[in-house]
Design a protein around this ligand. Structure first.
Ligand SMILES: *Cc1c(COP(=O)(O)O)cnc(C)c1O
Length: 382
């Protein structure tokens, strides 16, 4: 039997048109953009072109696009880079993040606390996983070096009021980073319009290649480089450019933006069919995250009386690839910190399941999934 992939928030397959655009830079146009000869110039032109394309699509300027090796790297550079630099200038040593962050943000902030003398404060979220703006206003002051909150959460799909958060940070003069890895795959993200200072994204979440990402970096936000060496990326990120990856990322972002409205309309219908079916046919099942302000492809649940990890294994054997909250937590059956942070009981938080749809998900896939799931939940509850 065919395996059905329902885990597009973990990663997506490379788009074939995108691969065609990358191909020349893997073979004949293989030069190093930092070389001054013909081969280097050709590669540099491709990188510049990708930079301009991405800037236009994200409402930023070319100099603000900083190429990285992943979403995690962008989060690291933004938080460490800005925190170290701001502490040097202002003595500020507090870091504000929410309880809903990807581990690339959480682990980075806590490393800064445990090894480098910073102090982390967790921002509160409501029961839908949306940042509590009043609490942010209460705790933010001049001693904060950086605020980082996820744009759209990978585990529960909720979308934060990014512009409002940015405005609160700027009233106090604090730089604001957002992990936009999920958001950039599914929403129309406007860097300047929303007054974001630092925005991380990764190509493999929107049908681009793995191992390449970007940090959009507002002019004037000082950062201490985390990878030192060559002069690439305004000396903020040394290392020979991943030319085919960068070309692929820009092409994938262009395609995503071009088809966004139409794709989202179709995918929301499919997602809502899953949500309505599960909530009406499976007893003691609950949607997690916000019912409306959520990623268009994202359906996440908790089921009373089961361990989500067991359900993911059972689904895998039945031919469906889903996730227990976030991809990074498979094999580690602890209740999700994100769900605990939203006020769920540890028992209920253990029973989580995430289904994320993509451009190869068909109505038939969903029918088959909805046929199988209730029986598996029933079996695991016994
Ligand atoms: C996937 C993901 C990341 C990590 O991106 P990588 O490119 O895999 O390092 C970070 N944040 C969120 C919200 C994600 O979904």
């Amino acid at each position: 039997m065919d395996q059905i992939y329902l885990d597009y928030a973990a990663t997506t397959p490379l788009d074939k048109d995108v691969f065609e655009k990358m191909k020349p830079y893997l073979f004949e146009d293989f030069g190093n953009p930092s070389s001054s000869h013909f081969f280097g110039q050709k590669a540099e032109t491709a990188v510049d072109c990708a930079r301009r394309t991405m800037a236009e699509l994200l409402d930023a300027s070319g100099e603000e696009i900083l190429f990285t090796g992943s979403g995690s790297e962008g989060d690291n550079l933004a938080i460490k880079g800005a925190a170290f630099e701001r502490r040097k200038i202002t003595k500020a040593n507090k870091i504000l993040i929410s309880s809903l962050e990807h581990s690339a943000v959480t682990e980075t902030a806590f490393q800064l606390q445990n090894e480098f003398g910073f102090e982390v404060t967790l921002l509160r979220v409501d029961k839908f996983g949306i940042i509590d703006l009043e609490f942010l206003r209460e705790v933010i002051d001049e001693n904060v070096a950086i605020v980082s909150t996820v744009y759209a959460n990978n585990e529960i799909g909720s979308i934060n009021p990014i512009h409002e958060i940015a405005v609160i940070c700027h009233e106090k003069g604090i730089p604001f980073h957002t992990d936009g890895v999920q958001a950039c795959a599914h929403l129309d993200v406007r860097f300047h319009m929303e007054e974001i200072d630092l925005l991380a994204l990764a190509a493999h979440k929107f049908y681009g290649p793995k191992g390449v990402g970007a940090l959009i970096h507002r002019k004037g936000i000082e950062m201490l480089p985390q990878i030192t060496g060559g002069k690439q990326e305004n000396k903020l990120r040394a290392g020979t450019h991943n030319v085919p990856g960068i070309v692929g990322m820009a092409a994938a972002l262009e395609k995503k933006t071009h088809n966004l409205v139409q794709n989202n309309e179709m995918i929301i219908k499919k997602r809502d069919r899953i949500i309505h079916s599960i909530c009406s046919t499976i007893q003691d099942s609950y949607l997690t995250g916000h019912p409306l302000k959520r990623l268009p492809n994202h359906a996440s649940f908790v089921f009373e009386g089961i361990v989500g990890n067991d359900l993911v294994v059972a689904l895998d054997m039945a031919g469906f690839a889903c996730s227990f909250g976030s991809a990074c937590k498979v094999g580690d059956p602890k209740p999700s910190k994100i769900l605990l942070g939203m006020g769920l009981s540890p028992d209920l938080a253990l029973g989580s399941l995430r289904i994320t749809l993509g451009n190869q998900t068909t109505d038939e896939h969903i029918d088959r999934f909805l046929d199988v799931l209730p029986g598996l939940v029933k079996k695991l509850r016994k």
